[in-house]
Design a protein around this ligand. Structure first.
Ligand SMILES: Nc1ncnc2c1ncn2[C@@H]1O[C@H](COP(=O)(O)OP(=O)(O)O)[C@@H](O)[C@H]1O
Ligand SMILES: [Mg+2]
Length: 335
């Protein structure tokens, strides 16, 4: 396949809408709607190349029922490994909590939409449908009872603590971006494996069915208490933007992602992309590792993008090749 300029920068309108080429395997939509049949399946579970030290760290964390804290630069594979762990252990879909400076422990446990509940109550009181006409009958029979459960939504951490036969896999991504107190607060919940929903604990009904972070799945909470049967399998990631308190570190199994080598990167590229004629992957990988060794901050996915576009004879014009390579492999600064 050759490099095709779909956008020409001239504003000319083609007779037919242009059909884009298949996306790189890792950019193919996973949902039903957008799936393209020409794209080979490429899930992190099947393409992830785990370092032997990482494998040991994961197993130590699994044995000890401790969270695994992965540190390392952006794009070193910290957030992807949990998919492979969950697949190998048959733990089902991974719950994800992406941390920002605004993240709170309370939101990750559950949210109670008090305003929504009052609004729904008022609408019922004046006899108007709550959601759609089709639901009116069901709603009006419900109106006699209190539906607080509709307004309690468990977050990713809350859902990970819902009791079940198997532990849930939970990614707590970029915890170094959090507010200072969050790691210690989190520790407290993880040590106990349970939390209370006060709004339900003081409610007249002992059993309330609430929404979870899994679409369409509900869970019955008794006396406002959610308590896990199995400690969740947790991977925490940090780009090293700050240090964590010692009590937090003590309770995690820690692993620093190793420096990337030519052989690791070559196997990562091979896992993601099929081999092609006139492969220029080696040259790209070597140049990439040289720059890493000089202390530049570059991510594996940048290399994958560059290999996807530039390998083989796709871009034949040398100058354009160099331009594209520079475009795709720009340093990331401090990350
Ligand atoms: N060891 C690896 N094996 C396979 N792919 C990897 C590996 N490390 C990184 N990648 C690729 O790089 C991308 C970025 O990895 P990610 O886990 O998001 O990095 P991080 O969380 O450290 O920033 C992933 O989507 C994956 O395609
Ligand atoms: Mg990440």
């Amino acid at each position: 396949m050759n490099w095709t300029p779909y956008y020409t920068g001239t504003g000319s309108v083609p007779e037919q809408p242009q059909q884009l080429p298949p996306p790189p395997p890792w950019r193919a939509p996973t949902g039903k709607t957008g799936a393209t049949d020409a794209v080979p399946s490429s899930s992190p579970a099947s393409t992830y190349q785990a370092d032997p030290g990482l494998v040991d760290a994961v197993n130590a964390a699994l044995h000890l029922r401790r969270p695994l804290l992965l540190t390392g630069p952006a794009g070193s594979g910290k957030s992807s490994v949990i998919e492979q762990i969950a697949t190998e252990l048959g733990l089902g879909s991974v719950l994800r909590w992406h941390i920002t400076s605004r993240s709170t422990l309370a939101d990750a446990l559950y949210r109670y939409d008090a305003l929504g509940r009052i609004h729904a109550y008022n609408l019922r009181a004046i006899g108007r449908p709550v959601a759609s006409r089709g639901r009116v009958a069901r709603r009006s029979t419900r109106s006699a009872r209190d539906d607080i459960g509709d307004f309690v939504q468990l977050g990713p951490l809350g859902t990970a603590l819902v009791p079940g036969r198997l532990p849930r896999a939970l990614l707590i991504d970029e915890i170094d971006k959090s507010d200072l107190d969050l790691p210690s607060d989190l520790l407290d919940v993880l040590e106990r494996g349970r939390f209370e929903i006060p709004e339900l604990a003081r409610h007249s009904k002992r059993h309330v069915t609430v929404r979870t972070a899994d679409p369409g799945v509900r869970h019955e909470v008794e006396d406002g208490l959610v308590e896990c049967e199995q400690f969740p399998v947790i991977v925490l990631t940090s780009n090293g933007e700050r240090d964590f308190p010692a009590p937090f570190l003590r309770r995690c199994v820690r692993f620093d992602m190793p420096a990337l080598t030519v052989s690791t990167l070559t196997s990562i590229v091979e896992a993601h992309l099929e081999k092609v004629e006139e492969d220029t992957t080696d040259a790209l990988v070597n140049a990439f590792v040289d720059r890493l060794n000089r202390g530049e901050n570059l991510a594996v996915d940048q290399l994958l993008s560059a290999v996807h576009l530039l390998r083989g004879s796709r871009v034949q014009d040398e100058e354009q090749r160099t331009r594209l390579q520079e475009l795709l492999l720009q340093g990331l600064g401090r990350g």
